[in-house]
Design a protein around this ligand. Structure first.
Ligand SMILES: C[S@@+](CC[C@H](N)C(=O)[O-])C[C@H]1O[C@@H](n2cnc3c(N)ncnc32)[C@H](O)[C@@H]1O
Length: 198
């Protein structure tokens, strides 16, 4: 796992912290033949960890600052198998899925990438539309992180209604800070990790 402070950072662009990345990656269970779409790539923390394992990564964000930060990190970590897409996932997700579907059909491979295409969601604006598209294209594994509990529950509920099996985790991480008498633990914001499988 890459340390948080190894990433290039820009003001106002969030990053998924190392421990949350580790658990989210484990829930995604990526293998080399998988492709992955990162919705809301922020600083590229998850994008880079996922692209290091997967065959191909697609990373999208609706913030130009986030796109520029991810681009800088892709260069820093020498990642060559990632397509960076600027725009809202509400529109961009379907474009990527459509393109993959068409290229699969022209190669006379199986229907869609659904078996080996996974989605990670770190950005949750327009989440209803995004989940609707993921379900329409029969994506089998979706992992999402949310800081707002209500959003996490909403995602779980929507996906459950689409027939996914849900695994819901709240992750609380505390970091030891050395003080005179020993270590005190400083808590970070808890993050909800939703894993949905079909
Ligand atoms: C918490 S950050 C993600 C951090 C990232 N996983 C990382 O490791 O660096 C969420 C990002 O999602 C983006 N975002 C939120 N909703 C989005 C949407 N519907 N489409 C595209 N990007 C979105 C935000 O601009 C923000 O950069």
């Amino acid at each position: 796992m890459i340390k948080d402070d190894e990433f290039i950072r820009n003001d106002g662009v969030p990053i998924t912290k190392e421990e949350i990345r580790a658990l989210s990656l484990s829930k995604l269970n990526l293998i080399h033949s998988d492709s992955v779409i990162d919705i809301g790539c922020g600083s590229g923390g998850m994008t880079i960890e996922m692209a290091k394992i997967a065959k191909k990564a697609y990373a999208m964000d609706n913030s130009e600052d986030a796109i520029n930060t991810t681009k800088a990190n892709l260069e820093k970590f020498n990642i060559g198998n990632c397509e960076l897409i600027s725009g809202d996932a509400k529109e961009e997700l379907e474009k990527v899925l459509k393109k993959l579907k068409e290229s699969n059909e022209s190669n006379e491979l199986n229907a869609l990438p659904s078996e080996n295409l996974k989605i990670f969601i770190g950005g949750t604006q327009n989440i209803e539309e995004i989940l609707k598209i993921a379900n329409k294209y029969s994506i089998k594994t979706i992992v999402s992180n949310t800081i707002v509990v209500n959003t996490g529950l909403k995602i779980a509920e929507i996906l459950e209604n689409y027939g996914y099996e849900i695994d819901l985790i709240n992750m609380n991480v505390s970091y030891g800070r050395k003080i005179k008498s020993g270590y005190m633990m400083i808590a970070r914001n808890p993050i909800t990790i939703i894993t949905a499988k079909k």
